[in-house]
Design a protein around this ligand. Structure first.
Ligand code: B12
Length: 217
């Protein structure tokens, strides 16, 4: 099978089903991330939501038989509410975090990944896949960064040139040898505003978040 043209087919199909960005990376170990995760654990900077087994987080072959590639997807969420109801003295309105508007993002991304899995399996009999969104073993950001979805920013988010950081991420491990994409260059440069103004000080330094502070406040 010509993997390059199949990759293009997968990209085209992803657009059809409303995936905003897609990238491909190898399934090799996330070696740099490992040290990072150990350090976060030692410092007690973790949130408790992370997969506890660090080896599983950084070595895809521990959670999938003979992995060859990982597909990363990003879905943008709206950052502005059209015709937002005004809060008035007699009719007070609360403000919900924009990331919580609409259907739970886990459901939305899982459904898109399922469609993508069905498409791949239909075209390539014997294709194996394992998808995850947020609650899986892998670091969704580390996958997205390596697959060229965006850069790993100082505020610790993956920032895309198109949608900023307002994207949710999902991953699919496969046994197909898709050609990997290139990671994107860091675009934070010397800007340090997020760290300087972080109201709780949870951003300890560029790229490092102390979750225990973030969750306490
Ligand atoms: C635990 C967790 C949290 C914790 C801790 C967040 C954190 N910064 O670590 C808490 C509860 C605080 C949290 C909050 C939020 N989260 Co959260 N969270 C996760 C979860 C489950 C694991 C993240 C993790 O392992 N962090 C540990 C750090 C160490 O690793 P990492 O961020 O994954 O990977 C990066 C760093 O390791 C860095 N890195 C690696 N080596 C090195 C070396 C150096 C020197 C440096 C500087 C950096 C660096 O590069 C990696 C890739 O970018 C992921 C889902 C998943 N399974 O991955 C979602 C996830 C990261 N969260 C997400 C979101 C949307 C949020 C919130 C915006 C939710 C909200 N509305 O408030 C906030 C953002 C807060 C923030 N600035 O991070 C998205 C991020 C999307 C994006 N664009 O980046 C994810 C990917 C969920 C998803 N599938 O979409 N989250």
């Amino acid at each position: 099978m010509d993997m390059n043209s199949f990759k293009q087919e997968v990209i085209l199909y992803s657009k059809e089903i409303g995936i905003d960005k897609i990238g491909f990376t190898s399934a090799t170990a996330f070696t740099e991330l490992k040290g990072r995760l150990i350090r976060q654990q030692e410092l007690d900077y973790q949130s408790g939501f992370e997969e506890a087994d660090i080896e599983k987080r950084v070595r895809p072959e521990l959670i999938f038989d003979k992995p060859q590639s990982i597909i990363s997807i990003a879905l943008a969420y709206p950052s502005k509410l059209k015709d937002a109801p005004q809060s008035t003295k007699s009719d007070r309105r609360g403000i919900f975090c924009r990331a919580s508007w609409g259907t739970d993002y886990h459901t939305v991304l899982r459904n898109k990944l399922q469609l993508l899995e069905d498409f791949i399996k239909d075209k390539v009999p014997g294709a194996m896949t394992k998808s995850m969104v947020d609650t899986g073993e892998l670091s969704d950001r580390a996958v997205a960064e390596r697959a060229g979805i965006g850069w790993s920013a100082k505020n610790s988010m993956i920032i895309t040139p198109e949608f900023g950081s307002y994207v949710y991420l999902g991953d699919m491990i496969t046994n197909l040898p898709f050609e990997p994409d290139q990671p994107m260059e860091d675009q934070c440069g010397t800007c340090n505003k997020c760290v300087d103004v972080c109201p709780t000080g949870a951003l300890v330094q560029g790229g490092q978040l102390n979750s225990s502070v973030a969750l306490r406040s």
